[in-house]
Design a protein around this ligand. Structure first.
Ligand code: GLC
Length: 539
């Protein structure tokens, strides 16, 4: 077994390539844009970058529908450019984690096209889940499974058979019992490991194996918990054991992070056994309300889950699938929810932003690996008013136009300037950004915030800098301190204290300590106001 020390305290920045930076002026982010901004990321102080899918794709689900796992989509650039990007990132001291999508491919993937052409009963169809329909003429889907994006999880092809897709109909699920599928993905892993990537984020990592016979769902409400025939089936662990052995055979520490939304902690932990994945996203933490007790509980639970098996805890507040936490924390109900995203939920963005800044200091002070989703460091809120006809997320049509989906957290980033495209695209760009940017984003651009000590960007820079220079923040033992109701207080090692005030009233700072960083101004008499966090040096 190798050690994965770099991940143990790493900060990983997530890039959603379509929305990060547009180098060629077509209104869509690309590898040229990422390459140009690598110095920004290095200067921000992150250790690694996770890039959402960059592969050849018809973009039915923003690239999570992969047509060729060994090539880059022309919209984003070329394979040669990806190789340059990896080398340039490494030269700046940044590791690269790429997104691997093994549960399904695109309906434009050659294997699926061959399967459709080859017809029922063919070996080509056996790589996917093709079945005859139910009903007198096979007109009903083979079972009652529903797509995560809404509607049945089955689509019928011209010869009458149906194929399974847990997401959009353009994303057919592979049959992971098939040896070709396993061999293919091991080869894909090698392809990218040979090109120097430092790790993989595994898309819907608990979905690959399906229960034998694809049984009906007993309790639909439990489908995403622990009881669904497409989630967390035991054979998936064999896949990860073989991947881990493969990654360990490479030089350096190549790591895996799983997207695993499992509620059951024993089942979750099983993925983090020493011969499986290194880490998985901490979605219980992301989903928790802005509430001291609830956060304390989920933090304790995280340590209890990871500590005994030596796994690295992760801390994550946002990603490309959920409502940006500035907006979440500005609502009456601050929890993440998968309920359809509707318009008109009242939100206090000033409050949300204050809390989000405090949450950043909380998250970045906890021991483990922290994730930053692009734009979080700029304090961006969810864009909630994208015109219906411009929405691109497949959830919108598949939900019968009831769920506006995830575009609101995917709006192209503001880099500079007073109006759209805010430096996202270069001067003289031929197209406007693929999703419209709000008219009031000038103050949120990276350039506008640069050098302003009160800005969220400078708060992140300062926090990430201290994570590197304060040894206790990297390796110091975590311990809770006694604190008033509504306040979280903990130490790292002997020399570092973090205090987060989630209550309304201001509280005193710890004695004999000096201020390292605050998420907002203290009161005139030096107290810590509500919705504010501080980092203190205590020795
Ligand atoms: C994961 C991705 C999400 C995608 C889905 C299907 O949940 O994070 O963006 O739509 O998988 O690939």
């Amino acid at each position: 077994m190798k050690n994965e020390d770099w991940l143990r305290s790493a900060v990983v920045y997530q890039i959603y390539p379509r929305s990060f930076a547009d180098g060629n002026g077509d209104g869509v982010g690309d590898l040229a844009g990422i390459r140009a901004r690598l110095p920004y990321l290095a200067e921000l102080g992150v250790d690694a970058v996770w890039i959402s899918p960059w592969y050849a794709s018809p973009m039915a689900d923003g690239g999570y529908d992969v047509a060729d796992y060994r090539d880059i989509d022309p919209l984003f650039g070329s394979l040669a450019e990806a190789e340059r990007l990896i080398a340039e990132a490494h030269a700046l001291g940044l590791r690269i984690i790429i997104d691997l999508v093994p549960n399904h491919c695109s309906d434009q993937h050659p294997w699926f096209a061959e399967a459709v052409a080859a017809g029922p009963g063919s070996p080509q169809r056996a790589r996917f889940h093709f079945r005859p329909g139910r009903g007198t003429a096979g007109e009903l889907p083979p079972n009652d499974w529903q797509s995560h994006f809404g509607g049945p999880a089955w689509t019928r092809v011209a010869d009458g058979e149906w194929y399974l897709h847990l997401f959009a109909s353009e994303q057919p699920d592979f049959d992971w019992d098939h040896p070709d599928v396993r061999a293919e993905f091991e080869d894909v892993l090698r392809f990218w490991l040979d090109r120097g990537v430092d790790g993989f984020r595994i898309d819907v990592a608990d979905h690959l194996a399906k229960a034998p016979g694809l049984p009906e769902v007993r309790d639909y409400r439990a489908r995403d918990a622990n009881d669904s025939p497409w989630t967390d089936q035991d054979p998936v662990h064999e896949v990860y054991r073989s991947w881990r052995a493969l990654a360990d055979s490479y030089e350096g520490e190549r790591v895996f992070v799983g997207e695993i939304w499992l509620e059951d902690r024993d089942r979750f932990r099983a993925y983090l056994r020493p011969d499986e994945l290194h880490t998985a996203f901490n979605f219980p933490f992301l989903s928790t309300a802005w509430d001291a007790e609830a956060l304390r509980t989920v933090i304790d639970r995280t340590f209890a889950d990871h500590g005994p098996i030596g796994a690295v805890p992760t801390w994550v507040l946002s990603n490309h699938d959920v409502i940006r936490h500035v907006t979440r924390y500005g609502r009456a109900d601050t929890r993440h929810s998968w309920d359809p995203v509707t318009e008109g939920v009242p939100v206090d963005l000033a409050l949300g932003r204050r809390r989000a800044r405090a949450a950043a200091l909380l998250t970045l002070a906890l021991p483990g690996c922290a994730y930053v989703y692009q734009g979080e460091e700029l304090g961006l809120a969810e864009v909630e008013d994208i015109a219906a006809e411009l929405i691109q997320d497949p959830r919108w049509p598949r939900s019968g136009f009831t769920d506006r989906g995830r575009d609101g957290c995917r709006v192209p980033l503001p880099w500079s300037g007073d109006g759209a495209p805010y430096g996202f695209s270069p001067e003289g760009a031929t197209n406007t950004p693929w999703l419209p940017q709000p008219p009031d984003w000038a103050g949120f651009s990276a350039a506008a915030q640069q050098g302003d000590p009160a800005s969220t960007l400078e708060l992140y820079r300062a926090a990430l800098g201290l994570r590197r220079t304060e040894p206790d923040l990297v390796a110091g033992e975590f311990a809770w301190l006694p604190a008033p109701d509504g306040v979280l207080a903990f130490t790292r090692g002997a020399g570092f204290t973090c205090l987060v005030n989630l209550a309304a009233e201001a509280v005193e700072l710890p004695p004999r300590s000096s201020l390292l960083l605050a998420s907002g101004p203290l009161t005139g008499s030096g107290l810590l106001p509500g919705g504010t966090a501080v980092w203190m040096r205590t020795a």
